[in-house]
Write a protein that binds this ligand. Structure first.
Ligand SMILES: [Zn+2]
Length: 263
C-alpha cells in the first residue's frame, strides 16, 4: 500500500472529517510519525501483537479504515467533500513528521479529549519523553466528552472493586469514609486511590468502572456511587478535540513544527 494512502485511512478512522483542516493536518502528521517510527525497515519495532507487521489496523497501533468502509458511515451528501478534505490534509503535509533532536520522534501519542491539561507519559506508559510532558490544553470545555458521569449502585461498585482485587475489605455502610484519592498526576488525573484496605491506580479504576478517563472525582450518596469524569482517553500527547478547538481559533499546526524532514 502506498504510505500516504495508508495515512489517509488512519486519519479517516481516527478523527472526524468535519474537524478543521488544520486539526486534520496535525492528525496526519501524528499518524505518519507513529507509523514511520514503527516501520521495521527504519529500525522500528513493528507491531508487538502482530509479528512481522509494521503496524496493525486496530487501536492497538492506530485505527485504519478503507474508503469504502468510511463512505458507508458518512452522509452520502458529504462523503465526497469529506474524502477530499482528508486527502488535502494528508497530501499538504506529505512527508512531514515530528522530530526531536534531529530524529523522528519515537513515541507519538494522541487522545480524544483532555481535561484541560495533557498528561506526562510517565504516569500512563511508564517512560518519559521531553515532548510528552503535561501542558495546558485549553478551549475544550464545550466539547462532547469534556464532562461525563457514571452512576452505579454501591453494591455494583463493590462488586467491581472485588473483581479487581478479591482481597479488598470493604462494606457498603460508611462507604464514603473508605474511599480516598491519595495522589494526583501532573495532568490532574487520579494517580492512586485507597479503597477499603487496598490502593489502586486511577487507570485501573478507570477501566474497572468504565470511565472515559482517569480524571475523576467520586460522590457517594445513600444508594449510588457517582463518578464525575473529565476528558476522554489517556491524556498523553495531542488532544484531538483540543487541536480542533485551536485550529478553529486560527492556530496553524505546521507553524509549530521546528524541523520537517522528507520521509
Ligand atoms: Zn498493533
Amino acid at each position: 500500500m502506498e504510505f500516504e494512502d495508508y495515512i489517509r485511512g488512519v486519519v479517516a478512522a481516527e478523527m472526524p472529517a468535519a474537524f478543521d483542516i488544520e486539526a486534520l493536518k496535525a492528525q496526519a502528521i501524528a499518524a505518519r510519525t507513529f507509523a514511520y517510527a514503527n516501520l521495521i525497515q527504519n529500525g522500528g519495532s513493528g507491531c508487538a501483537k502482530h509479528k512481522g507487521a509494521d503496524v496493525c489496523s486496530s487501536v492497538h497501533c492506530q485505527a485504519y479504515v478503507t474508503k469504502e468502509e468510511r463512505y458507508r458511515n458518512w452522509p452520502a451528501s458529504l462523503a465526497n467533500e469529506y474524502w477530499s478534505k482528508l486527502t488535502q490534509a494528508v497530501y499538504e503535509t506529505k512527508g512531514m513528521v515530528i522530530t526531536y533532536n534531529n530524529e523522528v520522534a519515537k513515541h507519538i501519542k494522541y487522545h480524544s479529549t483532555s481535561n484541560g491539561k495533557t498528561e506526562n507519559s510517565i504516569y500512563v506508559f511508564g517512560y518519559q519523553e521531553p515532548y510528552l510532558v503535561s501542558v495546558e490544553s485549553p478551549f475544550e470545555e464545550g466539547t462532547p466528552s469534556f464532562s461525563s458521569k457514571v452512576v452505579m449502585k454501591k453494591e455494583e461498585f463493590i462488586r467491581r472493586i472485588k473483581e479487581l482485587n478479591p482481597e479488598v475489605s470493604i462494606s457498603s455502610s460508611n462507604l464514603a469514609k473508605q474511599i480516598k484519592i491519595l495522589e494526583w498526576t501532573e495532568g490532574d488525573r487520579v494517580k492512586t486511590i485507597k479503597i477499603g484496605n487496598k490502593t489502586f491506580s486511577g487507570i485501573d479504576i478507570r477501566w474497572a468502572m468504565g470511565l472515559k478517563s482517569a480524571s475523576f472525582t467520586i460522590n457517594i450518596d445513600t444508594k449510588n456511587v457517582t463518578f464525575n469524569v473529565k476528558g476522554y482517553g489517556h491524556g498523553v500527547g495531542m488532544s484531538q478535540w483540543g487541536a480542533n478547538e485551536m485550529a478553529k481559533r486560527g492556530k496553524n499546526i505546521v507553524r509549530y513544527l521546528s524541523i520537517i524532514i522528507e520521509v
